[in-house]
Design a protein around this ligand. Structure first.
Ligand code: HEM
Length: 232
């Protein structure tokens, strides 16, 4: 049993995270032209708008919530007056809102991929695997929010901090319910798969777009006049 827990909650996470880091770095260096969202907006706009906005809004806040809620130790929250009850209550209500948004959005994106002829014709098996994977991980996360009510602050949170600080303790996962374990393991598997999919675009959020110099598309009037003169 000890060996089983070590394999599943220490070896498997490190295999997934290593594939995640090495895979993204390798792909970034070797496949710069394939490093994009592979957007299908020019094939179909309307369904994509609702699916994509709901999904992206939900998943980005979900990821931020996971990072803040699990990686920051409870004693630091206590310092700013957020005790564990308040922490769990914030996690529940915010998780419910952003989880529903991400779940409905991912279902709309999957439905569009399966039912729109143009998107289907241009899509790949990899696209379907990616979006189905997201639906499964998000659905299990949302299931845990609604039905789980398990205190992760003394179990999952220190376990994941142990993984990222290279002091893993798989024993912490023993009392965790199966639905939480499946959510965590499927999310890790999706992280390992992401370098081989369109999910690489997550690292290329266009934040510098807002600070770049403006591009002037209008020609200078004298230059336009000279060009017209030379042509006539
Ligand atoms: C970092 C911020 C992000 C930006 C700027 C971004 C941007 C985009 C853009 C421009 C597209 C193509 C058009 C569209 O679907 O709207 C796209 C598609 C997609 N993104 Fe993101 N994204 C981000 C984060 C994420 C995250 C965190 C995930 C999942 C973990 C994700 C999953 C997807 C998927 C699955 C698609 C394909 C949707 C489809 O065509 O069916 N994105 N993203």
């Amino acid at each position: 049993m000890d060996l089983f827990y070590t394999l599943v909650f220490t070896v498997f996470p490190y295999l997934c995270l290593t594939t995640f880091v090495v895979g993204h770095s390798y792909r970034y260096v070797t496949d710069r032209y394939g490093w994009n969202t592979r957007s299908s907006e020019f094939l179909e706009k309307d369904q994509l708008f609702y699916g994509s906005v709901l999904f992206h809004g939900g998943i980005l806040f979900t990821l931020a919530g996971h990072a803040a809620g699990l990686l920051v130790p409870q004693h630091l929250f206590d310092l700013v007056g957020i005790n564990s009850d308040a922490h769990l209550s914030i996690a529940y209500w915010s998780g419910l809102v952003v989880g529903i948004a991400a779940f409905v959005g991912s279902l709309l994106l999957l439905w569009r991929r399966l039912n729109n002829d143009r998107v289907k014709a241009a899509g790949t098996v990899n696209d379907l695997v990616t979006i189905s994977g997201l639906v499964i991980v998000v659905a299990m996360g949302l299931y845990n929010v609604v039905f789980g009510h398990f205190n992760v602050l003394d179990t999952v949170a220190p376990w994941i901090r142990g993984i990222v600080t290279f002091s893993p303790d798989s024993d912490l996962m023993r009392t965790v319910p199966l639905s939480y374990k499946l959510h965590i393991l499927s999310a890790l598997a999706l992280l390992a798969f992401s370098p081989f999919s369109r999910l690489v675009h997550i690292w290329s959020a266009p934040v510098f777009y807002f600070f770049r110099r403006q591009i002037l598309f209008r020609r200078k009037p004298e230059l336009t006049r000279k060009m017209v003169d030379t042509r006539s």
